[in-house]
Design a protein around this ligand. Structure first.
Ligand code: AFP
Length: 338
């Protein structure tokens, strides 16, 4: 008989007893993430039935066409974390400026979020995600300043994502490994399904929008040429997997190994992805799972954002795959041993 499942609440309680930094405020934030994820999952499940698909006709803060579900997701995340009294400010893909929260208590955290990742998948019933990252503030008032949000990912205390797919999963790290929970919709509970997730050192697939291949730097074109060469001994060719939703693609890679990358191209001079609420939180998760995340060869977690919607190239996944990708970017190609 399988052991009695560990619910998200029991996990939080047990982690809180084991680790002083998880007790209290972080536990409250993780619990609220669970509740928010369930609320968003319910809306996504029924969106096609209640007229919640399609565009609102506006562009969001970063110039992307805004979907109705983008707006709903953003409002839900903002309301949910405002209600905790623990969050002083929120940086969101859907908000032009940092939103300051009238906090009831001490507002000890700032939240960086992409409330609905992969919104082009909404109308085709594809995978979607929510990305979150929390920084602890040094001050204890309600007036968060921009420098408290624009911090390197290495200062994150809690980060992760929700994946809405055949099932809904909540994956988080608070700096002690990565844990994944699957929603049992019948009992309305997130249950621990992936304890201490580890990303394999090397994988067999790559994930990128290869439609842009001729527009990529030569090193990356060479890398694609390399991983698609046939060489059974070194596990090539790699398979290509790409869903158009970062969370879904990164989740696959965390579990199975491989690499996701979104480089700069002529339409995205600095890359497309956003450092503050996409690359840094996922970089924290990847590193905690034993993988890595770089941006043109630099560790993503070390990058200091220049603005809320700062974009950067990203390579994320298995440590050896990312290192190999970075060798190609640096013009070194594959090592003789590969
Ligand atoms: P949003 O839906 O939050 O804008 O995210 C989409 C995304 O940033 C990321 O999830 C995908 O991996 C990437 O864009 C897909 O971009 P392309 O359509 O250019 O491949």
């Amino acid at each position: 008989m399988s052991p009695f499942p560990v619910t998200l609440s029991r996990h939080i309680l047990e982690e809180g007893q084991r680790r002083a930094d998880i007790a209290g405020e972080l536990s409250t934030l993780i619990a609220q993430l669970g509740f928010t994820a369930k609320t968003l999952a319910r809306e996504m499940r029924r969106a096609a039935l209640i007229g919640e698909l399609g565009l609102v006709g506006e562009k969001n803060a970063t110039g992307d066409a805004q979907k109705k579900l983008d707006v709903y997701s953003n409002e839900t995340v903002v309301d949910a974390f405002s209600a905790t009294g623990l969050v002083a400010a929120i940086a969101s893909e859907e908000l032009e400026e940092i939103q300051h929260i009238k906090c009831k208590g001490e507002g000890r955290y700032v939240l960086c979020t992409d409330p609905l990742d992969g919104s082009s998948n909404t109308d085709i019933n594809g995978a979607l995600g929510t990305i979150f990252g929390f920084y602890r503030r040094k001050k204890r008032d309600c007036d968060a300043t921009p420098d408290e949000v624009l911090r390197p990912g290495s200062e994150l205390v809690l980060a992760g994502y929700v994946l809405y797919s055949t099932s809904t999963m909540l994956v988080y790290t608070a700096g002690h490994g990565v844990h994944g929970f699957t929603l049992d919709a019948d009992i309305g509970e997130f249950l621990l399904s992936h304890r201490d997730m580890r990303c394999p050192k090397r994988g067999k697939s790559f994930s990128a929008n290869v439609g842009h291949v001729r527009d990529w730097p030569q090193g990356i074109q060479d890398y694609v040429g390399y991983v698609t060469q046939i060489d059974k001994a070194s596990g090539r060719p790699y398979s290509h997997r790409y869903s158009g939703a970062l969370v879904g693609d990164v989740h696959r890679i965390l579990l199975e190994g491989g690499i996701y990358f979104y480089p700069q191209d002529s339409g995205h001079k600095d890359g497309k992805l956003r450092l503050v609420y996409e690359c840094a939180p996922l970089g924290f998760v990847a590193e905690q799972a034993g993988g890595s995340a770089t941006s043109n060869g630099e560790r993503v977690m070390d990058l200091a954002p220049k603005a809320v919607h700062h974009r950067c190239p990203l390579a994320i996944g298995s440590a050896e795959d990312v290192a190999l990708f970075d060798r190609f970017i640096a013009g070194k190609g594959a090592p003789p041993s590969d």
